[in-house]
Design a protein around this ligand. Structure first.
Ligand SMILES: Cc1cc2nc3c(=O)[nH]c(=O)nc-3n(C[C@H](O)[C@H](O)[C@H](O)COP(=O)(O)OP(=O)(O)OC[C@H]3O[C@@H](n4cnc5c(N)ncnc54)[C@H](O)[C@@H]3O)c2cc1C
Length: 506
């Protein structure tokens, strides 16, 4: 008889689990606390889908090529459905600089470097409607899982045998062979297991930024601005980062990320008028948000509590649990800036299928799952965390009067800003390789460790700024003090607050 699988959560991780396991013939039941989308219409769903369990549903989302590739290989019907609902392809060609466009010759592999982007409500609704058509998958909406049903196994290992919860107000207990916990970033079930003694190891630290998103709609009959004639629609000024996410059905969203330490700017950006005013100051955003192109819709959606968090369910070779497989944000959380969370969830679901098919032994399954996740995802996690740490330092430096960079910092910044960033704007094959790391198709640092690629970077770096001038993108926006002045914020307020905090800490 085929195994039964209970999946907690019908967010991206739960739906990816269904996509991955459904072809194996297992009987899959997804339990979701929130109700189903209210409509098949993406606009109605965007406005009215109440998602208490996924507070980030109205934040900008994009699926990297790794996730797109998984969908394309196993469920091409879903890719078609996403397109039908209006989800957009951001192709490799769209990432090229003006210099590169002049000589670009597409190669077949470029198609594998495509991002899918849309309103997340639309992405999720398309996935969910597709998953509902799979023969051996059932989604039970309005089912709140309160607890995992467990029993203690030899050696302090906690065995999970089912769930206990409420469905439409009635208590319900369910059992299954496999329990997948895809309850997301606020999922508390894994904490129950820790309280019961499961030796789950956790590392956690702040990602150092907050996210703010506002949605826009193109005016009737108006097209999106061309990428050829305008500055890049994304940029990083240190004290603020921003990007445009093209969406379905004439919509797009703008997301700005602001360092934790910029408290005054964080407050200001929540005001819709000031958010809009910021977009008009950024040369890459203004062509999208000016009054002839589009109109803003609704409030600014802010999102804090952004963490890097890694949990190990096997420590020193000993599994903490049996029959329990967490994935998605409940297992690994990363800074949304890298756009990798959904791909992490999808890759985990693939790893899960592989280990469940490989062996029936519960201990071997837990160990193999952990090993695979570590090999597949840990390098990206560590790479991102290192970048977050240096961005946090950079944001603090911007608020430290008279700060002088060490020669090492200047050298490293020079290498990345005047070497790497410029080389990938000249050399198309180099950009292709760099994008493979970005899209999680190979280790994020691998492309740069290839001697031929490093030599190219060093060549461009050594040529100097003057000869490389055509490859430098225009400045993405005003300096910190200038933007603060435009927004009528005192630029010194956070400088003084930080200085005071550091005095107290010392
Ligand atoms: C601001 C922001 C922007 C992001 N942008 C991107 C991006 O561009 N690209 C990208 O790849 N990733 C992005 N991410 C990350 C991505 O959203 C997550 O990694 C992804 O949603 C994880 O999927 P999940 O299934 O673990 O959690 P979710 O998608 O949050 O789903 C969890 C589900 O579990 C349900 N649930 C929770 N508890 C229970 C319970 N007890 N009983 C029943 N149901 C329950 C919830 O209702 C929810 O539906 C972003 C994240 C944030 C915060």
């Amino acid at each position: 008889m085929s195994e039964s699988v209970l999946v907690v959560g019908a967010g991206i991780g739960g739906l990816c689990t269904a996509l991955s396991l459904a072809p194996t013939g297992r009987a899959i039941t997804i339990l979701e606390r929130d109700q189903a989308p209210p409509s098949h219409d993406p606009d109605v769903t965007f406005l009215d889908w109440h998602r208490q369990g996924a507070g980030h549903i109205r934040q900008s989302h994009a699926f990297l090529a790794r996730l797109r590739g998984i969908i394309k290989a196993s469920h091409p019907g879903l890719l078609a459905k996403l397109k039908d609902m209006g989800a957009r392809d951001l192709t490799f060609e769209m990432m090229l600089s003006d210099i590169q466009r002049q000589s670009y010759q597409p190669v077949p592999l470029d198609e594998d470097l495509t991002i899918i982007t849309s309103r997340r409500t639309t992405l999720e609704m398309a996935m969910r409607e597709y998953v509902e058509t799979l023969a051996n998958v059932t989604i039970r909406s309005g089912f709140f899982v309160r607890r995992l049903v467990t029993r203690e196994h030899a050696g302090g290992i906690v065995e999970v045998v089912g769930v206990s919860g409420e469905e439409s107000g009635n208590p319900v207990d369910l059992t299954a062979d496999i329990i997948v916990d895809a309850s997301g970033k606020s999922g508390f079930l894994i904490e129950q297991l820790m309280e019961e003694g499961a030796n789950i190891k956790e590392e956690i630290e702040s990602a150092g930024i907050l996210y703010y998103t506002r949605h826009y709609r193109l005016l009737p009959g108006v097209e999106e601005p061309s990428r050829r004639d305008n500055p890049p629609p994304n940029g990083d000024l240190g004290y603020i980062k921003f990007g445009v996410f093209p969406g379905d059905n004439g919509c797009f969203s703008i997301t700005v990320a602001i360092p934790e330490v910029e408290i005054e700017l964080r407050k200001a950006v929540l005001n819709p008028d000031r958010f809009h005013a910021i977009t008009l100051q950024m040369p890459g955003l203004e062509p999208w948000t000016n009054a002839k192109r589009s109109e803003p819709r609704g409030k600014v959606h802010g999102m804090g509590d952004l963490l890097s968090r890694w949990r190990d369910i096997v420590v020193d070779g000993v599994p903490a649990t049996r029959n329990y497989f967490p994935l998605g944000d409940t297992l690994i959380r990363t800074n949304p800036l890298y756009g990798r969370g959904c791909s992490f969830a999808a890759v985990s679901a693939e790893c899960l299928r592989e280990v469940l098919d490989e062996t029936n032994d519960p201990v071997a399954r837990q160990i193999a799952y952990h090993k695979r996740l570590t090999a597949e995802l840990r390098p990206y996690y560590l790479n991102q965390r290192a970048q977050d740490r240096s961005a946090i330092k950079r944001a603090k430096r911007a608020l430290t009067p008279g700060y002088k960079k060490s020669w090492r910092t200047r050298l490293l910044e020079g290498f990345f800003e005047d070497g790497v960033a410029i080389a990938v704007r000249y050399d198309i094959s180099l950009l292709r390789e760099a994008m493979r790391g970005f899209h999680m198709l190979e280790h994020p640092n691998k492309w740069l460790s290839r001697p031929r690629n490093l030599a190219k970077v060093l060549f461009y770096w050594a040529r100097g700024k003057k000869r490389n001038a055509p490859a430098y993108p225009p400045k993405p926006g005003p300096d910190r003090e200038e933007l603060m002045r435009i927004l009528a914020i005192d630029p010194q307020a956070d400088v003084m607050r930080l200085a005071q905090e550091e005095r107290v800490a010392a």
